[in-house]
Structures are given as structure tokens and as C-alpha cells.
Design a protein around this ligand. Structure first.
Ligand SMILES: C[S@@+](CC[C@H](N)C(=O)[O-])C[C@H]1O[C@@H](n2cnc3c(N)ncnc32)[C@H](O)[C@@H]1O
Length: 221
């Protein structure tokens, strides 16, 4: 099964730059972005004895989480299917090319060798764009390869966001483009990839679909 091309944006350099400059400008988007940093930090701070300080950030986008990963003193392998995003990442203030690296990669394929030694993966705001369970399980297998611990988000359908989005799209006569799934379905996909949920935190309980989870290999329990 193939990922829909419409969910692989930013083919042109200028589209990545426009996204970077405009995506988190509004008041609510700024609040959401701030809370995402808090939740990422909370899950990355959970003690982890096998952590070797190396993390794969995929999809890395233009680098929203790089300052946090630097603060946590991690070696970062940043990856994204979009070359435009990879270049924005490399141009970021404070990017340490001698320590970290950014390169193009697809989460639905085995990752480049640079990611092999990473004991953790960060995957923010991708899963709502993977519309089929088969693709999500494939992505979970890639993220969890080499027994990596994963901090990631998916969109859960148990919230107002699900109904408001459906209503808004129905009124516009359009299809909902983000995939929100029931908690039980996500749990079964996680188990199918040989993983388990250690922690689960909602971005805004009852209101927003974004859900953060910390995953580890099933036999680490
Ligand atoms: C909403 S952005 C999130 C980026 C970043 N994680 C953040 O939160 O700012 C989604 C990103 O997923 C990337 N993407 C889509 N499909 C992908 C795939 N199969 N493999 C890797 N990256 C992918 C897009 O290029 C885009 O940069």
C-alpha cells in the first residue's frame, strides 16, 4: 500500500519556507505549539536505562523540536521526506553540523544508516496523515526498529475536535483530510508492531484530537 501523494507536501523550497513563516502565527496555534513542547519534554524526560543520547526526529519538518533536543543534550538525526524541510532544518540558527545531521528519508522505508544507533525516535504530527492501518503499522515498525523507544503523536477520535472537523467539512462539502482513530484501534496497531504504550497524554483532554504516547518494545516491559 502507498501513502497518498497529497500527504507528502513541501516539494518546493518556497512551500516549506511559507509553512515555517505562517503555520504557528495565530494565538491558538502558538498555544498549541507551546503545549506540544511541554508534552514532548515530559515524555522524553521519562527515565530510560537504554538511552544512548541519540534520537531520530522524523518527520523533522523545519526543526520545531530541535531547540528542545539540544537542550536535552541529544545527538539528533533529523529526517523528512521533503528535501525542502531538510534544508530549512540545516539552515536553522544553532544547527551543529559537526554533531547532528539532517537528511531526506521516508518513514515507510528502513531509515538511513545514520539512524541505526539511535535509541529513541520522535515522531510528531505525522500519523493523522497516514490514512490506512497498514501504513501506520509500517511506520511504527520503522520507528521502533533496533528496539528504539518512541515519543509520538496520533489523532484520537474521542473528542470534540473529531465532531467539529466533520461538521465543518460537511458544511463545506469536503472530505476530512486528517485521520482520527479510536483508541482501541491505535492500541492494536501498536501491538501489531511489537510495541506497547507506556504513557499517554492528550494535548487538551476532550477537546483536541492530538494524543501523545510513549512506546517501547513489548518485551522491555
Ligand atoms: C505537519 S509536519 C510535522 C513536522 C514536525 N514533526 C513538526 O511537528 O513540526 C508533517 C511532515 O511530515 C512529512 N512527511 C510526510 N510523509 C512522510 C513520510 N512518509 N516520511 C517522512 N516524512 C514524511 C512532511 O514532509 C512534513 O514535513
Amino acid at each position: 500500500m502507498q501513502q497518498a501523494e497529497s500527504t507528502k507536501p513541501f516539494r518546493q523550497q518556497s512551500s516549506g519556507r511559507h509553512y515555517k513563516d505562517s503555520r504557528y502565527r495565530g494565538f491558538f496555534q502558538k498555544m498549541v505549539a507551546r503545549r506540544e513542547q511541554v508534552l514532548a519534554r515530559r515524555l522524553l524526560d521519562v527515565p530510560y536505562s537504554r538511552c544512548n543520547g541519540h534520537i531520530v526526529d522524523i518527520p523533522c519538518g523545519y526543526g520545531r523540536f530541535y531547540p528542545l533536543l539540544r537542550q536535552l543534550d541529544m545527538k539528533v538525526s533529523a529526517m523528512d521526506q521533503s528535501q525542502a524541510m531538510v534544508e530549512l532544518y540545516q539552515e536553522m540558527d544553532g544547527f551543529r553540523p559537526d554533531h547532528d545531521h539532517a537528511q531526506q528519508a521516508d518513514v515507510l522505508k528502513p531509515l538511513p544508516a545514520d539512524a541505526d544507533r539511535a535509541s529513541r525516535a520522535l515522531c510528531v504530527r505525522l500519523f493523522q496523515h497516514l490514512h490506512h492501518g497498514e501504513l501506520r503499522v509500517q511506520a511504527l515498525r520503522t520507528l521502533g526498529a533496533n528496539r528504539r523507544r518512541i515519543v509520538m503523536t496520533y489523532y484520537d477520535d474521542g473528542c470534540l475536535h473529531y465532531w467539529s472537523k466533520r461538521l465543518a467539512m460537511w458544511l463545506k462539502g469536503k472530505k476530512v483530510r486528517v485521520k482520527m482513530i479510536p483508541r482501541a484501534r491505535f492500541e492494536s496497531e501498536v501491538a501489531a508492531a511489537g510495541l506497547r504504550i507506556v504513557k499517554r497524554i492528550k494535548l487538551v483532554p476532550g477537546l483536541h484530537a492530538q494524543t501523545w504516547v510513549l512506546l517501547e518494545p513489548l518485551d522491555d516491559a
